[in-house]
Write a protein that binds this ligand. Structure first.
Ligand code: PMP
Length: 426
């Protein structure tokens, strides 16, 4: 037994499923999850000393690569002055100003500790602000694990086949209306029936929890128009896409201005951080300026703010996104070309530094039904082949892949060489 197997066996005695977040357990691909001991640049190493090129990137935060020295040093410096004060700090002010600079639709912003908190709080705010109950979400989109959002959700909820989790009372889920991603007609229909009581639409502007599905032309514009027509709040969940599909997120890439935005992942530079914000007129309804309650003992934590700021400050480096995006295109198209050459039907999607590989012959994948109809058996074999070759992809076919600054052209071509050997043998 190698060390990962030993640790996994031990972990399962004390931690449900041996993991602190379900997808890590490798249930979708089978086998033993690799226990990780360290990470640097494009690489992670498991406890048995094997090195992998990592395309999970801690599920998104590491757009600059692992163990970025400026982030690490900022954390060490901040920690010298104490870990948490429970009182306001200058770092929080600088962070809020930085977020406003990078994402101008966020006129005011509040920090939280995870993406889940960000979406949960944004929805409470939208409901409190509009005085309405219902929310519209899209099939296969994942917005964290708050009760109202675990309805037809993606990511681990999709992988494990529990689109609506036990433990979420029907009464809580009753106000969540689910429609098809990239299908404006389905949104119009639901608004025609319930528009007067719809507080908000929440959407991943690039869906990254049912593999990677970018918005089709006109989809996000349509959502903006529908929200304007019915006086509903448009929430972009940019926990994954923020600072990743463009410096200013999907809203900058697709030029649509939401009312509220949720952030996570990159904004913490690897520390547990989330944020939500948007129009000043809406944000002032939150406590203490308004009656809608939201709070957090560790929110705006000084060490986390130092990490996040050190990350955000590096995003303005000249040519950063252009080069990551070019490498992502090369990688995704490379996978598709190799697969085609070996007679394996594969379709790829790319949005900035996010990519998705689909084992399917239907061509472009644009919605949840198409995503779940892909060949998961083939994916599993591909997954383990790549893992043996030292390439760490997300251990489930419903997750987007991520490329970072540290994934040089050299790393990309090594990955494609590995894919050549694996796809040839499938
Ligand atoms: N929204 C989106 C779009 C996400 O991808 C995720 C997590 N993958 C979340 C919300 C929840 O974030 P967290 O896991 O930090 O609670």
């Amino acid at each position: 037994m190698d060390k990962s197997q030993q640790l996994f066996a031990r972990a399962q005695l004390s931690i449900p499923g041996g993991v602190n977040s379900p997808v890590r357990a490798f249930k979708a691909v089978g086998g033993t999850p690799r226990f990780i001991s360290k990470a640097d640049g494009p690489y992670i190493w498991d406890v048995d000393g094997k090195q992998y090129i990592d395309y999970v990137q801690s599920w998104g935060p590491m757009v600059l690569g692992h163990n970025n020295d400026r982030i690490r040093n900022a954390v060490i410096d901040a920690a010298q002055s104490g870990l948490s004060f429970g009182a306001p700090t200058e770092a929080e002010v600088i962070m809020a100003e930085k977020v406003r600079e990078l994402v101008p639709s966020m006129e005011m912003v509040r920090m939280v500790n995870s993406g889940t908190e960000a979406t949960m709080s944004a929805i409470r705010l939208a409901r409190g602000y509009t005085g309405r109950n219902k929310l519209v979400k899209f099939e296969g989109c994942y917005h964290g694990h708050a009760d109202a959002l675990l309805v037809k959700a993606g990511s681990g909820a999709l992988t494990l086949g529990v689109p609506s989790s036990p433990g979420v009372p029907e009464d809580f889920a009753r106000h969540t209306l689910t429609v098809e991603f990239n299908n404006l007609d389905s949104v119009k229909e639901i608004f025609a029936a319930h528009g007067d009581d719809i507080a908000c639409i929440i959407v991943e502007p690039v869906a990254g929890n049912m593999n990677c599905i970018p918005p089709v032309e006109g989809f996000l514009e349509g959502l903006r128009a529908i929200c304007d027509e019915y006086g509903s709040v448009l929430i972009f969940d940019e926990v994954m896409t923020g600072f990743r599909v463009s410096r200013g997120g999907a809203q900058e890439r697709y030029k649509i201005t939401p009312d509220l935005t949720c952030l996570g992942k990159v904004i913490g530079g690897g520390m547990p951080v989330g944020a939500f914000g948007g129009k000043r007129e809406i944000l002032t309804h939150i406590a203490p300026t308004g009656p809608i309650y939201q709070a957090g003992t560790l929110s705006g934590n000084p060490v986390a703010m130092a990490a996040g700021l050190a990350a955000l400050e590096q995003l303005s480096d000249q040519g950063l996104y252009e080069s990551i995006f070019a490498n992502t295109e090369t990688l995704a198209n490379g996978f598709a070309d190799i697969a085609t050459r070996h007679g394996i039907p594969m379709s790829v999607n790319v949005a900035g530094s996010m990519f998705g590989l689909f084992f399917t012959d239907i061509g472009k994948v644009t919605n949840y039904q198409q995503a779940i109809n892909c060949n998961t058996e083939q994916f599993k074999r591909f997954y383990h082949g790549m893992l043996d070759e030292g390439v760490y992809l997300a251990p489930a076919s419903y997750e987007a892949g991520f490329v970072s600054k540290a994934h040089s052209s050299e790393i990309i071509s090594q990955t494609l060489d590995a894919a050549e050997r694996v796809l040839r043998s499938l």
